[in-house]
Write a protein of this length. Structure first.
Length: 248
């Protein structure tokens, strides 16, 4: 499929969204709620672009908009830049002390009027929903978006330690604004008001995951997993690969 982005032609793949096509070809479309492996949600609206099909032009969220043959896309028109600036301004008012949002505001030349900004606010969550999606993908669904309006937030049931949380840290890993606090200290991981015992890698001795996360994986695979971190596992596989090609 032929798709034209900013007057340049690209070949799209069946089932791709505009965001996926852009990322694959290093076309910059800013976003906060999109991650590889997690389907687009259209929440942050920062990835809005202008598309033309035939004689019609419309504004769409690129992370959820499927490509079509002959589609023409503009990612940086005056209208799009104005939309992004408004969105960044709203995010800046919600999270005035967040480093990532402040850097985004600086990039787009957005400054919130001081009379509207409460710098005492410690909020970092922008309600992108990536952490909830990651938790769902893991198969635990320990956290969710709760409440409505200005009280909407991500939390465990009743803000209590969730019995379903395995301490894997996937939610903190995908969070674009570092809103989720996770600490690893003295072989104990603390996240969502719950403590987990960390497991040491049998090769390098570094802690790399929790007992609960390993047990969860083993229950899904139906077999016992080796206590080896990803880094050491890759080294072992690499060595085996080199060894197997020694005799060719």
């Amino acid at each position: 499929m032929k798709v034209i982005i900013n007057s340049k032609e690209y070949q799209g793949l069946p089932g791709e969204t505009l965001m996926e096509l852009a990322k694959r070809n290093n076309v910059d479309i800013p976003n906060l709620c999109h991650k590889d492996g997690i389907e687009g949600q259209g929440r942050c609206r920062l990835c809005m672009v202008e598309v033309r099909e035939g004689k019609k032009t419309k504004i769409v969220s690129s992370c959820v908009y499927p490509i079509r043959d002959g589609l023409e896309v503009v990612t940086n028109s005056e209208k799009i830049i104005a939309i992004r600036k408004n969105i960044i301004l709203l995010l800046l008012l919600k999270t005035p002390n967040n480093d990532y949002i402040k850097s985004l505001a600086e990039e787009y030349g957005v400054k919130a009027p001081d009379r509207y900004v409460d710098y005492k606010v410690k909020e970092n969550c922008i309600l992108c929903g990536l952490c909830v999606k990651a938790c769902e993908k893991m198969g635990t669904s320990a956290i969710s978006l709760i409440n409505r309006g200005t009280t909407k937030k991500v939390s465990t049931p009743y803000d209590d330690p969730s019995k379903d949380c395995i301490g894997c840290g996937a939610c903190a890993e995908v969070c674009p604004t570092n809103a989720i606090t996770m600490t690893d200290k003295n072989r104990i991981r603390t996240i969502w008001n719950k403590e987990f015992k960390l497991v040491k890698c049998s090769v390098c001795g570094k802690t790399f995951t929790t007992d609960e996360a390993l047990q969860f994986i083993e229950s899904k695979l139906g077999k016992k997993e080796e206590r080896i971190c990803d880094s050491c596992r890759k080294k072992i596989i690499s060595e085996k690969f080199k060894e197997s090609f020694k005799y060719f």
